[in-house]
Design a protein around this ligand. Structure first.
Ligand SMILES: Nc1ncnc2c1ncn2[C@@H]1O[C@H](COP(=O)(O)OP(=O)(O)OP(=O)(O)O)[C@@H](O)[C@H]1O
Ligand SMILES: [Mg+2]
Length: 321
């Protein structure tokens, strides 16, 4: 597995996961040995296809799922031996909506805060509601709120006790643009306060935008975890699109040694190269193109996105089995 060099090695990780496995009753192994250290204050995005084990991993760290083997510590304490202490450091916005239907918004939030032994703080709770555009719903019954509003309440609940770590499990699945914006503003604010944030998402552009590090989970394994920028540099490829003046029906022999794809209309050559490589081969390619007597109309490059990288990783993993 690829792992970046830890730059702030002096600081202990806020969460440390060693050899974590989970086999559910019925025999399905959802986690197959996860080792992961999460740094205080970072935003970590976990990507992975449906059923990869993301929710299982989060639920285990939060003490909702019992690990089969391995250890997890949060803030230096073991999640099983010191459950109350570790749980109080964590806020969890679960993937599924889980709210008592007959509660009033502010009551459920006060309750969550109290549950973790925090003193009442109405000003903090009001500011939290304001950040989530929920102030006018403060006295509403949760059952009367829309799905998106309920999700906002879940976020407020998760933050009611001012946790040091926030887990967001698919926070933006099925929510509107407005809520996404509110949420990312809030995440940014929390980051500035030093809160560690771990989120799972299927919206890869989101991870690309917001995360410091990105981990990819597939079939219960952490395939890769690295700084987002490193990941994009080391796994990313670039493509050069060469548009020809006159279409060709087949690649000339002299170009067959290049990693080239000819479009169906015969008008575009797509050349894939390693963006990090010392030699891109572009000069040689353009030389060969001109030697072959092909006229150029246009040149463009594109860089693979995190999405391409993700699809490649998960796809290759599937093929190795
Ligand atoms: N309570 C459970 N009992 C048995 N199997 C479970 C249970 N919860 C999850 N699983 C199985 O464990 C695997 C991992 O599920 P998990 O919910 O962790 O995936 P995920 O990565 O969160 O997926 P998604 O992107 O769909 O949310 C799946 O095969 C799932 O069916
Ligand atoms: Mg899930």
């Amino acid at each position: 597995m690829k792992q970046s060099n830890d730059s702030d090695m002096g600081k202990p990780p806020i969460i440390s996961i060693r050899g974590l496995t989970k086999t559910y009753k019925g025999g399905h192994q959802a986690l197959k040995g996860i080792d992961l250290e999460i740094r205080e204050g970072e935003i970590l995005a976990l990507l992975g296809p449906n059923g990869a084990g993301k929710t299982t991993l989060i639920s285990t760290i939060c003490g909702l799922v019992t690990p089969t083997s391995g250890t997890v510590s949060v803030g230096g304490k073991d999640i099983i031996k010191d459950y109350r202490a570790t749980r109080s450091l964590i806020g969890l916005v679960p993937q599924e909506l889980t709210l008592g239907a007959f509660d009033v918004v502010i009551d459920t939030i006060r309750f969550s805060r109290g549950l973790f032994g925090m003193k009442p703080d109405e000003r903090y709770l009001d500011s939290l509601l304001a950040d989530l555009s929920l102030l006018d719903k403060k006295q509403s019954m949760v059952s009367r709120l829309s799905g998106g509003m309920k999700r906002r309440v879940l976020i407020a609940k998760a933050l009611a006790h001012q946790p040091r770590v926030l887990f967001l499990d698919e926070p933006t699945a099925g929510v509107d643009v407005e809520l996404r914006k509110d949420m990312w503003k809030l995440v940014e604010k929390l980051r500035q306060e030093g809160v560690t944030i771990i989120l799972t998402t299927h919206y890869i552009e989101e991870a690309e935008e917001i995360a410091d590090r990105v981990g990819v989970i597939s079939d219960g394994r952490l395939l890769v975890i690295d700084e987002k920028d490193n990941l994009m540099n080391s796994l990313g490829q670039k493509q050069l699109m060469v548009d020809l003046k006159t279409p060709i029906s087949a690649l000339p022999d002299s170009l067959k040694d290049f990693d080239l794809l000819l479009s169906d209309d015969g008008q575009r050559l797509t050349y894939t190269f390693d963006a990090k490589g010392e030699r891109t081969g572009i000069t040689a390619l353009l030389h060969a193109v001109s030697e072959a007597g092909l006229g150029l109309k246009d040149l463009n490059t594109s860089q693979s996105s995190l999405e391409d990288i993700f699809v490649n990783l998960v796809h290759n993993e599937g093929r190795q089995k």
